[in-house]
Design a protein around this ligand. Structure first.
Ligand code: SF4
Length: 453
């Protein structure tokens, strides 16, 4: 039982593996590189999809707007109250989709759609309807497709949730982060338990098939006692999934995080303790721990997929779906197409300019070499299925040996079948994966397939 695990990790191990890379819950806005990728290069990658006309696609759509900036935020977003600005974004999004579908064919089958941000439900109702209408004009969303949207509880209303359901969304995710008032004040995001509960119950009544709640650990003023209270309240609500992300304090790249006093942040050891509480609380409440930081019901498809060793993680997140081609739209969106990773221009203004000139608004990209691909597949497999078959050793000698060396710390077990992450090692799995990733020959760039929060 996970509830009996005491991770008791040494200072040395926490120093080596306990650091989080910056990122954002469910966001795809992590910088994945700084190798420029041109419009022509992106067109070449996209046209390869023409050779696979029947392959189902996934779409990530980034809505880069919020009504206020939370201080811990690591997403690419802009605070706006201008409807006109949002309408202009929708005009440009339509143009971006037309440019892409001119190359890959209009009406391609979509197996997965995720709308993230930012705050997608910062859009008003006609704007939300238009967003879906634009999408449906360019793609065919098949019945049973996995359709999800991220929402801010404070912006959600019964009418809006009904509209989203009517537009075809069946999965919804709300950012809760922490229910403690001191923590909420320190991160500039105040939302009471009553408000979260009301929105949650309304989403249930509306009929959403899956409701996810996001939590964040490692925030200012979080302590074991206070976080336990949040965990108990979340368990009582009974969401279908919970994602429990690690906060990465990185004011150098996210200047608004300067407003968070680092002295108020829990230490690396305290963070492991907070996450351990989450593991214990959710497993005791009947959830199963999936991948790095997600908790699901036993009936959840992700649990089955992990148990059967077929859980996958694409640019959208964990998925049991085979869809590997992810097209990203909107500023900063990360896609993964025909063996290449691409990221759109994160600056809203530049994204607009590129589209105005009928250019694809891609900023960075990398065509994965055979070695990149093997390493990436191995990291993803380890992250999703907590093991690595011995057959990987021939392709990834250095990485495999390095992972094996962690057996002496009790983080992995090595057998003839391969490497198995131990319950203790799971607490540092993100660090273990990042270390292997760092071996990649990404040239002089920062480009790496980094584990997102
Ligand atoms: S709502 Fe989400 S995306 Fe917007 S500022 Fe807050 S954390 Fe960032």
């Amino acid at each position: 039982m996970a509830s009996t695990i005491n991770p008791s990790l040494s200072h040395e191990l926490l120093e080596r593996y306990g650091h989080s890379s910056p990122g954002c819950a469910f966001s795809l806005t992590e910088r994945v590189g700084d190798q420029p990728f041109s419009d022509a290069q992106y067109r070449e990658v996209l046209t390869q999809l023409l050779q696979r006309p029947d392959e189902g696609l996934a779409v990530y759509l980034h809505v880069p707007f919020c009504h206020v900036r939370c201080l811990y935020c690591a997403c690419d977003t802009t605070v706006t109250h201008s409807q006109e600005k949002i309408d202009r974004y929708l005009d440009a999004l339509e143009q971006e989709m037309a440019l892409v579908t001119d190359l890959i064919g209009r009406g391609r089958r979509l197996d997965q759609l995720h709308v993230g941000g930012g705050t997608p439900n910062h859009l008003n109702e006609p704007q939300l309807a238009r967003l879906v209408e634009i999408l449906e004009r360019h793609f065919q969303l098949v019945p049973g497709a996995c359709t999800s949207i991220e929402c801010h509880p404070r912006r959600a209303s019964a009418g809006q949730l009904e509209l989203l359901y009517g537009l075809g969304f069946r999965r919804i995710s709300f950012g809760v982060q922490d229910l403690n008032a001191d923590v909420q004040r320190a991160i500039g995001r105040v939302q009471s338990l009553n408000m979260v509960r009301d929105v949650f119950l309304t989403a249930r009544e509306t009929g959403f098939e899956s409701i996810n709640l996001d939590l964040v650990y490692g925030l200012p003023f979080q302590n074991q006692h206070g976080f336990q209270a949040t965990l108990d309240q979340i368990c009582e609500l009974g969401p279908d999934r919970v994602a429990c992300f690690s906060y990465a304090h990185d004011p150098a790249t996210r200047p608004h995080q300067h407003a968070i006093n680092p002295d108020h942040l829990p230490s690396a050891a305290e963070k492991v303790g907070l996450f351990h509480r989450a593991v214990r609380s959710f497993t005791d409440a009947g959830y199963r721990w999936v991948g790095l930081d997600v908790f699901v019901r036993e009936s959840d498809e992700l649990f089955d997929a992990q148990a059967q060793g077929r859980l996958y993680r694409n640019a959208i997140g964990y998925t049991p779906l085979p869809a590997k081609q992810v097209l990203a739209f909107g500023p900063s969106g990360v896609g993964e197409i025909a063996g290449a990773l691409v990221q759109n221009e994160p600056d809203l203004r530049v994204w607009h300019q590129r589209l105005k000139g009928s250019q694809l608004p891609v900023a960075w990209g990398r065509r994965l070499s055979e070695a990149d691909r093997r390493r990436r597949e191995a990291i993803l497999y380890l992250m999703c299925n907590l093991r690595l078959p011995a057959s990987s050793a021939s392709d990834l000698e250095e990485e495999y040996a390095r992972l094996c060396s962690n057996a002496e710390h009790g983080l992995v077990e090595v057998s003839e079948e391969g490497i198995q992450v131990t319950p203790r090692g799971r607490y540092l799995l993100r660090g273990l994966c990042n270390e292997q990733d760092a071996l990649a020959d990404w040239g002089s760039s920062q480009w790496r397939f980094r584990v997102q929060n």
